[in-house]
Design a protein around this ligand. Sequence first.
Ligand SMILES: N[C@@H](CCC(=O)N[C@@H](CS)C(=O)NCC(=O)O)C(=O)O
Length: 217
Amino acid sequence: MPPVITAFERSPDRGRGLARDMRVRWALEEVGQPYDVRLLSFEAMKQPAHEARNPFGQIPTYEDGDLTLFESGAIVLHIAERHPGGLLPTEANARTRGIMWMFAALNTIEPPIFDYSLVKILERDQPWFEARLAALETMIRRRLESLSRHLGDADWLDGDFSAADLLLVTVLRRLLGSGLLEETPNLAAYVARAEARPAYRRAFADQLAVFEAASAG
Ligand SMILES: N[C@@H](CCC(=O)N[C@@H](CS)C(=O)NCC(=O)O)C(=O)O
């Protein structure tokens, strides 16, 4: 039985690959692991059956035999560990550095970028909107500048493409269309390079197909 992941039945991003099941789909594609998808409505996500998989009632989750996981970063790490050499280096120090960058993507870079996307949707009518947006833009620019300096003209964060690049690219993609990513051309090129990977394209097409089928139905 292949692992089963959960995803939105109708993703609020309209199939642009921003929902976090994209990370898991992409990781599974990178290592060549077939998988099944259980699609959930917002209502079903908050029912006990799904809360047993994820107490916070969110997607994605991952089930494989008697193992059930939530948190996209933990799921991607598990997939990397199940497929040695596929998404993390096998050399011990390089592997630990890869995991460090996975944390950096989700702990240091994702929070201001995610807040920025939420504020633009939820706080537009609030009196603090402009000031809050500007503060987040400043924080994001600072993070992007540091990241850009680290990356330089390398293709990936630390040697070969890894789970850390995968997570970081899914985070940076939230900035597409904002103009912020384009201010650091090496990061914009980094994201484009990752999006050109066959595994990324298959994962993107699959999650888009779900949205299109739901819209047609
Ligand atoms: N830190 C969690 C966040 C999960 C998360 O926020 N999932 C979103 C979709 S990308 C979700 O389920 N949103 C609906 C909700 O929270 O009710 C992870 O990385 O898996």
